[in-house]
Write a protein that binds this ligand. Structure first.
Ligand code: NAD
Length: 308
């Protein structure tokens, strides 16, 4: 299959390299020139538990990308989806499937401006990856992927996408529950990404606070109310379990969520697509979400003070 990755940071490089390795033709598209040059000149360096590998793979900026592809996987940070897909329009033909496994709410709506809903595939992934520097990623363990077409149909096209992703070792499941999984992950990130960024500390450090369950409750209760307005019914216990499970050092190690990394590297965070999206929806449905609103202010205050 001809595949392009629109936004080839940590996750884009990881998914692109896996799909390339399993026999597809993959193009890594990104904005960061030094990263692209390093990949083209020296290959993509991938560090995982079995050592350091170098993979030959082609990368370019969107304007240099060639023909239409069968599959476009969008892996920018959520706030850059619009500009990246806009610049990748010549890669999108009438049969191109567009996949988003990005975090946050609103990715499908952004993609819908460029591709009809029946060609958008949305989902979540538990794969974790870090971008160590230009042309170098660290692939953290393995993971799973859950996908569904945005129009909720299960066509032979999504089955084909799942097949080639499974051939690449991505443990893909086509699931009618993807919307709930996306919201569960949003709730998880609304708690952990923000608290670790505000505390400037690890997941397990945040989890060690004696009253942490009270804090999580406040954030999650508001999210569950907003989700209910969209007929997405979340299970509070399962979200609490997902969050508290990673407080264990064995699960999260010294993990610092990507929002923290974006903040210290003076980049914009995905706050508008996490707690910010909850606040926006709450305003629409006239629901009061003071805790999430305050968290958005704190993160934006940090961004503004640091000049991110
Ligand atoms: P990333 O931060 O690694 O890359 C995003 C973009 O930032 C890329 O275009 C990259 O080239 C650019 N970038 C990064 N460092 C740069 C630098 N120093 N200078 C210039 N440009 C730089 O993003 P990611 O972690 O791959 O996340 C993509 C999406 O996937 C997000 O929505 C994220 O929330 C989601 N996600 C990430 C992970 C993960 O483990 N990383 C897991 C699941 C979902």
């Amino acid at each position: 299959m001809n595949i392009a990755i629109a936004g080839s940071g940590a996750m884009g490089c990881r998914f692109g390299s896996m799909l390339d390795e399993s026999g597809n033709s993959v193009l890594l598209v990104d904005n960061w020139k030094e990263h692209i040059e390093t990949i083209n000149n020296r290959g993509l360096t991938i560090i995982n538990e079995s050592g350091t590998h170098n993979q030959k793979i082609t990368a370019c900026i969107p304007e240099e990308a060639g023909d239409k592809v069968d599959l476009l996987i969008v892996f920018t940070k959520a706030m850059h989806t619009e500009s990246m897909v806009n610049r990748c329009q010549k890669l999108i033909g009438e049969n191109t499937r567009v996949v988003t496994l990005q975090n946050g709410l609103g990715n499908i709506e952004t993609l819908e401006k460029y591709v009809p809903r029946n060609r958008i595939i949305a989902g979540v992934t538990t794969f974790g990856t870090e971008l160590l520097g230009p042309g170098e990623i660290q692939a953290l363990g393995s993971g799973r992927v859950q996908i569904m077409q945005a129009d909720r149909e299960e066509t032979k096209e999504i089955q084909e996408v799942a097949y080639i992703m499974n051939e690449a070792g991505m443990n893909v499941e086509i699931s009618a529950n993807v919307s709930v999984s996306i919201w569960n992950k949003v709730a998880f990130n609304c708690v952990l990404n923000t608290l670790c960024t505000l505390m400037r500390d690890t997941v397990s450090a945040v989890g060690s606070y004696s009253e942490i369950n009270d804090v999580i409750n406040e954030i999650i209760d508001e999210i569950i109310l907003v989700a209910g307005e969209e007929e997405i019914y979340l299970n509070k216990d399962s979200i609490m379990n997902m969050i508290t499970a990673v407080f264990d050092l064995k699960m999260s190690g010294n993990h610092l969520p990507s929002m923290h990394q974006d903040m210290v590297n003076r980049r914009k965070t995905e706050i508008d697509f996490l707690n910010g999206a909850i606040v926006k929806k709450a305003d629409l449905y006239q629901i009061s979400v003071p805790v999430n609103r305050f968290i958005v202010h704190l993160i934006k205050m940090m961004e503004e003070i640091r000049g991110n």
